[in-house]
Design a protein around this ligand. Structure first.
Ligand SMILES: Cc1cc2nc3c(=O)[nH]c(=O)nc-3n(C[C@H](O)[C@H](O)[C@H](O)COP(=O)(O)OP(=O)(O)OC[C@H]3O[C@@H](n4cnc5c(N)ncnc54)[C@H](O)[C@@H]3O)c2cc1C
Length: 338
């Protein structure tokens, strides 16, 4: 079926920050063939979006916005204790989690309720509660924007890092992810209970021998209690990455803030929670015009209604400057600014 390309379309329903900008051209695609057809339209530049839950639009978008709705789901191969699952890029991430948990396939449960689509998950190597996509990733299929040719990327080729991959760097905008393959356990699941409040929440749920379904429910419970629902307050989750820094910088901070939290990294450096740094600088819960830092989690910037992307970006610039001046640490944005 031929795709329909619309002109001058509001992107308000397509981004969780609730920013009202327009796309010069807009289409949605449901198959690989339709994606190729969209690219053949020759309209450029091309911006592919999924759920719009990690994008801050600061102006109207020239060129063609393609909403990826490719939504197949298949269990492709079973091994002794593992199964491979292929999911189309347009499948909502949490639907994939639920479908695999219901099929008693383990590995995604700690990443329950992360908004967005399967196709965007490799872009920033999504992660939550001690598990990242790379831990279960096998490969992905992507289409080169310039040629329409497809290519398979294995784990190494994706160059995953903390909220990072080759698709955010060298190949930014050059490939459109069509599907993702993950490897999940069929029994003897590797349960990861140590992170955050999972153990405590399971105990409060009266679960003493948890399975993957219990963990998924506990994670959903914790996330609902801590994070703002984009349907009620516009946001993109964590706006900044947790900075990784040298121990010398941490020791300097300890002189004035002995209680600074930190997590050791394998390379001898440390990770400091960005939310803590932002809170210490007095931003937590602070409202600036129509935007602000969320009262229950300083790391989340929110749109209280009617904010422009420029307003949110300006607030993030002010926060970066104030953390830099107070602690000598430069925060990096996690959200993609368009
Ligand atoms: C309340 C809330 C909580 C969140 N919690 C977490 C969390 O715990 N962990 C976490 O990692 N993230 C979290 N996020 C961020 C977000 O959910 C993820 O980054 C998610 O993967 C974004 O998916 P999306 O489909 O909405 O991507 P979009 O916002 O549509 O796109 C994000 C980027 O990926 C590109 N892109 C999208 N689809 C494709 C594709 N098919 N091929 C190539 N490029 C593509 C876009 O061009 C853009 O640059 C949270 C967001 C919110 C709103």
């Amino acid at each position: 079926m031929a795709i329909k390309i619309q002109h001058n379309v509001s992107l308000l329903p397509y981004n969780t920050f609730g920013i009202d900008v327009k796309a010069a051209f807009f289409t949605s695609v449901r198959t690989e063939g339709e994606m190729r057809e969209a690219l053949r339209s020759g309209i450029s530049p091309v911006l592919v979006i999924g759920g719009g839950s990690n994008i801050l639009f600061t102006r109207d978008v020239a060129g063609l916005v393609i909403k990826n709705d490719i939504s197949d789901f298949r269990i492709v191969r079973q091994f002794k204790n593992r199964a491979w699952v292929d999911a189309g890029a347009g499948v909502p991430w949490h639907d994939l989690v639920i479908r695999t948990v219901e099929a008693n396939l383990g590995g995604l449960e700690n990443m329950s309720l992360i908004p967005g689509t399967v196709g965007a998950a490799p872009v920033q190597n999504i992660g939550a509660y001690g598990v990242e996509l790379k831990d279960v990733f096998v490969s992905l299929k992507a289409m080169e924007t310039a040629t329409g040719r497809t290519r398979t990327f294995n784990l190494k080729a994706c160059a995953f890092g903390y909220r990072d991959s080759i698709f955010k760097r060298e190949l930014n905008g050059k490939y459109i992810i069509l599907s993702v393959r993950v490897s999940l356990t069929t029994h003897r699941h590797n349960l990861n209970l140590s992170y955050g409040d999972i153990g405590k929440t399971l105990a409060s749920m009266g679960v003493d021998k948890p399975g993957i379904r219990d963990i998924s429910q506990a994670v959903c419970h914790i996330r609902r209690s801590k994070l703002p629902d984009p349907a009620e307050i516009g946001n993109c989750g964590s706006f900044f990455k947790n900075p990784e820094t040298d121990i010398a910088v941490l020791n300097e901070i300890r002189k004035t803030h002995p209680d600074v939290p930190s997590y050791p990294l394998s390379d001898g450096r440390v990770k400091v929670p960005a939310g803590w740094l932002i809170e210490q600088c007095g931003w937590k819960g602070k409202k600036v015009g129509n935007t602000g830092s969320y009262a229950r989690q300083a790391l989340v910037l929110v749109n209280y209604g009617g904010a422009t992307g420029e307003e949110v970006k300006n607030l993030s610039d002010q926060i970066i400057l104030s953390v830099q001046n107070t602690f000598g640490i430069t925060l990096e944005r996690e959200v993609n600014i368009i």
